[in-house]
Design a binder for this molecule. Structure first.
Ligand SMILES: C[S@@+](CC[C@H](N)C(=O)[O-])C[C@H]1O[C@@H](n2cnc3c(N)ncnc32)[C@H](O)[C@@H]1O
Length: 222
């Protein structure tokens, strides 16, 4: 029998403030980062969002006529997304699945899979399991998008220290309140390449002039 992964609402306490805190903490860059690559899809194409949270990018995609499936383990987060959907009065509906992403299988079905600020909640081994699983959902020639904290790779020591501290401050808060993992920032371009994607674009969303958020677009080799 196939293993069922547990479904636990880790955001029951902090879910209500998640979006507004992210906007403030990034001076507005996080929502821009999450929507950055939507222009790659045409109306009618299919996108899956893993760990969508309040779903700002899901609503924006549906507004553009994209068929969105959103998967989130947290009923709390889904309730906030639902409020946003109700207010948006969309003509393209969004399919919402309340489950652990590892219990969901959609091999080769999506033009784009998006994982914004999602993979960073897991320790490395689990993150690799989930990322590998999610890449199977993408059609050949389709896209994988990861919006997240920027890997501190360029610039001087002070610059990198700011990027690192900025990530660890956020990680610490969600470790304490939502049991998320604390770990060094993951190298998503390298990981996507190792899983059969070409890096088609990287867009930066700097905060106070420092590269702190990025959206990485991988294209699955056909
Ligand atoms: C850090 S939040 C990011 C939310 C959203 N993507 C954003 O950028 O605002 C992580 C989200 O992933 C969800 N999540 C955590 N583990 C999950 C899992 N195994 N399957 C599906 N969703 C999960 C949480 O409930 C939460 O909504």
């Amino acid at each position: 029998m196939k293993e069922r992964f547990e479904v636990k609402d880790g955001y029951w306490l902090m879910g209500f403030q998640y979006e507004i805190t992210g906007i403030l903490y990034s001076l507005g860059q996080i929502p821009r980062c999450k929507k950055a690559m939507l222009g790659r899809l045409k109306p009618g194409e299919k996108m899956l969002i893993a760990g969508a949270g309040h779903g700002v990018e899901a609503v924006e995609a549906a507004r553009r006529g994209i068929h969105v499936t959103s998967v989130d383990i947290s009923k709390t987060m889904i309730s906030f997304m639902q409020k946003k959907i109700d207010r948006a009065n969309l003509s393209t509906p969004i399919t919402i699945i309340n489950d652990n992403i590892l219990n969901v299988e959609f091999p080769g079905q999506y033009d784009m899979v998006m994982a914004n600020y999602f993979l960073n909640v897991f320790p490395r081994e689990k993150m690799l399991q989930i990322l590998t699983h999610l890449t199977t959902f993408v059609k050949p020639g389709g896209y994988f998008v990861i919006g997240d904290f920027t890997l501190p790779k360029e610039g001087g020591a002070l610059y990198k220290a700011f990027q690192t501290a900025y990530w660890y401050a956020a990680a610490f808060i969600y470790w304490a309140t939502a049991d998320n993992a604390i770990h060094p920032i993951y190298d998503y371009p390298e990981l996507l390449e190792s899983l059969g994607f070409e890096i088609a674009e990287i867009r930066h969303f700097p905060m106070l002039g420092i590269r702190s958020h990025w959206s990485v677009l991988g294209k699955k080799k056909a």
